[in-house]
Design a protein around this ligand. Sequence first.
Ligand code: DC
Length: 223
Amino acid sequence: MRSRPVVTIDGPSGAGKTTVSSRLAEAVGMVRIDTGAMYRAVALAALRAGVPWDDPVRLGGVARELALSFRTVAGAPRVYLSGEDVSEAIRTSEIGMGASAVSAHGPVREALVAKQREMAREGGVVLEGRDTGTVVFPDAEAKFFLDAAAAVRARRRQLEISPPGAQSFEEVLRNVLRRDVQDSTREHSPLRVADGAVYIDSTTKTVDEVVEEMLRRLPGVPR
Ligand code: DC
């Protein structure tokens, strides 16, 4: 039994999960775990080690060995791989495509899901990703599925890509649509709304409105 709740937020790329999960975690004093950053870190570590993104067995090894940590520095979430700050390096569009590719492999998912369950064992955690409510914590105390229209997601994603302005809106939109198909049709843990999840469409909502709606639905969490 965990003493504090687990909250999951799943949804497609650009739905606003990163911003919303950070704000929600801060509002209720919980730790946020960005599971997408973990798949991105596997793609980066594999690229550096010369392991192809289509080699499930070796990628499973990379995922199991991953020395990843999350820290908040000057109010901003940072990601460290073997002690090196890779927060920007994992946000390129190449690594985004790599993350989508490596996340389709069973051995990678098994290794990262095990790490995520371990990190959130005691509760008091907000997990964001694609399968956090369906696979990682189907028994989470609160589950959300955050969605938005593709064009809105592409615009948000374009602002996030490093370096700024590296890609046109059309190119980002094409990638978003391609990734939607890849992430929702794959064999292992495809993106879908978890049983019991609250579906929120953020297309015309502000971050504040989405966070407010989530706070209203958190059972027993002091506000
Ligand atoms: O949310 P993001 O763009 O940082 O995620 C990067 C990729 O990782 C995305 O293509 C889907 C994949 N992913 C996943 O398969 N399962 C998760 N729980 C989180 C991300």
